[in-house]
Design a binder for this molecule. Structure first.
Ligand code: FPP
Length: 249
């Protein structure tokens, strides 16, 4: 199936509403290349990516998806030039400020995972405001991965567990996969059923390393600023055609 030749309506009809994933996670990649191809500054690629974020959030809400995790800023993205980091933080700040009333109206709950202590104070303030305003909403959980790294998350969980074993709050023999998962940022969410990566790169880039054990991967060459409803529906149809065996037969 190709996006160009098929209509949104046809795609929507091919979707089995009873077999939708509970948790969709997206590595939004290709903003820089999108801008390069147009001889624009990289930041313009990030700005253009906002439209894709808004569309994907809207569609996930309408479909009744439980959790949408967006990899918006990785722990390693702090290595980018200060100018780009500042522009990304400003975008985030403005988006949180502008979009929170609309997200709230759409019954979306905002959540964040990652080392938020590293974020600028203004961003953490706006994030907390958005989380507080939307905390009682019962629709889509928009989970923003910010200053997030999978290895860092696993290390953080391990340290918390070690400290609780040391203080006697947790018994060594009681540590198992379920207990471990309770110490991750994502403790309240199911593991992602599908991880979508745009721009064709075939890697996980330190994203949800523990949680992706049995996720279905969907890689598309489409650059993030070009990713639209049709692309998301195609990804979901591909997901629904797979046989998930979780190691069984
Ligand atoms: C990766 O593209 C994208 C990012 C590091 C940032 C993603 C951020 C946004 C889409 C905007 C803000 C998000 C929200 C949730 C409001 P890249 O720069 O690595 O692209 P490249 O690989 O082509 O250089």
């Amino acid at each position: 199936m190709s996006v160009e030749t098929i209509s949104e309506e046809e795609l929507r009809k091919s979707l089995d509403m009873k077999k939708l994933p509970k948790h969709i996670a997206i590595i939004m990649d290709g903003n820089g290349r999108w801008a390069d191809r147009r001889n624009l500054p990289r930041v313009d690629g990030h700005k253009a990516g906002i439209d894709s974020v808004q569309e994907v959030v809207k569609v996930c809400g309408e479909l009744g998806i439980q959790v949408l995790t967006l990899y918006a800023f990785s722990a390693e993205n702090w290595r980018r030039p200060t100018l780009e980091i500042n522009a990304l933080m400003k975008l985030l700040l403005d988006q949180l400020h502008e979009q929170t009333p609309d997200l709230n109206e759409k019954n979306v709950r905002v959540n964040v995972i990652g080392d938020t202590d590293r974020l600028p104070r203004k961003v953490t303030y706006e994030l907390q405001r958005s989380i507080d305003i939307t905390k009682n909403n019962t629709g889509l959980i928009l989970n923003l991965a910010l200053s997030y790294g999978g290895r860092q998350e696993i290390l953080r969980a391990t340290k918390s567990i070690a400290s609780e074993v040391e203080s006697g709050k947790l018994k060594f023999c009681d540590i198992n996969e379920n207990v471990f998962a309770r110490y991750l940022y994502t403790s309240e969410f199911p593991d992602p059923d599908i991880i979508i990566r745009t721009s064709g790169e075939l890697r996980i880039s330190n994203f949800l390393l523990w949680q992706c054990a049995y996720s279905e991967f969907y890689i598309t060459d489409v650059l993030w600023p070009d990713f639209r409803k049709k692309h998301l529906l195609l990804a979901l149809i591909s997901y629904q055609r797979r046989k998930r065996r979780f190691g069984g037969i």
